[in-house]
Design a protein around this ligand. Structure first.
Ligand SMILES: [Zn+2]
Length: 262
C-alpha cells in the first residue's frame, strides 16, 4: 500500500527545500495525518491546524431570557487551550489533515484552479492544496498566517485573492525548480488509480480515529464570582485529551467510504 501521508510529507520537505517563500517552515514540527472525506460529499481537501495558538481569554457561555433580556443561565468560566503533540520528543507546531479519498480525487474543474493551471494537469490541483496548507504556517509567530490585502494592509479573512495568488506563484516556482518527478508523481493518480497501482491507500491517523487533537476547554480552577445568573451550568467533566505522542499514531487503510486499522 502507498503511505499517503508519508508521501505528502516528503513532498512538503522537497517544496520547502526548493521554494524560498516557505523556507521558514521546519517540517520536523509539522505532522500530516488523514481524516475520512468521501469524494461525493462537500468539504475541505485538507486543513492546517495550529497547535501553538495562545490560551483564549477566560469566557463562559450564556443564555438570555427572551422577554427580559436578563442572563438566565451561564456556564462556568473556562479558557480554551491548544493540545500538545510531541513526536520523538519534538513539539509539533502544526497538524495538516488530508481528507481521503476526497483529496486524491480533486480535479482542476472543481475549483477556481481551473482558470489558473494548464488543462489536463490535474495533479497541480493537489499540489496547490498542499502548498496552500503550508502557506498557512505563519513565518513570524508560528501560528496561522494573517493575510494581507493587495495594498499590504491586514485582511479580515484568511483566504484573500492575494493568498490564492501567492500560493499559485509558489506552485509555479516549485515546478520551475525541476523537482524529481518521483517526489510528486503520486499526485497524478486518483484514488482508484492508487489502489490499482499500490494495492491500497494507507495513512497516519490518531488512535482515537476519527478524533484528533483539537483545542479544548479547561474550567478555571478559581471561578470568578460574576456575572449573576439564575443557573450556573457546570462544564462537562469529560475532559479532552491534552497530550499526544507518537504512541497515539496508528496506520489505517482508507477505502471509498470507510477505514480500517492496519
Ligand atoms: Zn486554507
Amino acid at each position: 500500500m502507498i503511505d499517503y501521508t508519508l508521501a505528502v510529507h516528503l513532498l512538503m520537505e522537497d517544496i520547502v527545500a526548493r521554494v524560498r517563500a516557505l523556507a521558514h517552515i521546519d517540517l520536523q514540527q509539522v505532522l500530516v495525518f488523514a481524516r475520512l472525506g468521501r469524494t461525493t460529499t462537500h468539504g475541505a481537501y485538507a486543513t492546517c491546524h495550529s497547535l501553538t495558538l495562545p490560551d483564549s481569554e477566560p469566557a463562559y457561555y450564556f443564555w438570555r431570557d427572551r422577554r427580559t433580556g436578563a442572563l438566565s443561565r451561564r456556564s462556568e468560566w473556562f479558557v480554551t487551550r491548544s493540545p500538545e503533540v510531541r513526536v520523538g520528543g519534538r513539539r509539533i507546531s502544526h497538524l495538516v489533515s488530508i481528507a481521503l479519498p476526497r483529496f486524491c480525487n480533486q480535479t482542476l474543474k472543481d475549483t477556481h484552479k481551473e482558470r489558473v493551471y494548464e488543462r489536463g494537469k490535474e495533479w497541480l490541483a493537489k499540489l496547490d492544496t498542499i502548498v496552500h496548507e503550508l502557506y498557512h504556517v505563519d513565518p513570524h509567530q508560528g501560528g496561522i498566517r494573517r493575510s494581507v490585502k493587495t495594498d499590504g494592509s491586514p485582511a479580515g479573512q484568511t483566504h484573500t485573492p492575494q493568498f490564492f495568488r501567492e500560493v499559485q506563484c509558489i506552485v509555479r516556482d516549485y515546478v520551475a525548480s525541476r523537482p524529481d518527478p518521483a517526489v510528486y508523481e503520486f499526485l497524478a493518480l486518483d484514488f482508484d488509480g492508487l489502489v490499482k497501482r499500490h494495492g491500497g491507500v494507507a495513512a497516519t491517523t490518531f488512535r482515537d480515529f476519527p478524533a484528533f487533537p483539537q483545542r479544548y476547554r479547561e474550567r478555571l480552577a478559581e471561578q470568578p464570582r460574576g456575572p449573576r445568573a439564575a443557573q450556573i451550568v457546570p462544564l462537562s467533566p469529560r475532559t479532552a485529551r491534552r497530550h499526544f505522542t507518537e504512541a497515539d499514531l496508528v496506520m489505517r487503510q482508507f477505502l471509498a467510504a470507510s477505514t480500517r486499522r492496519i
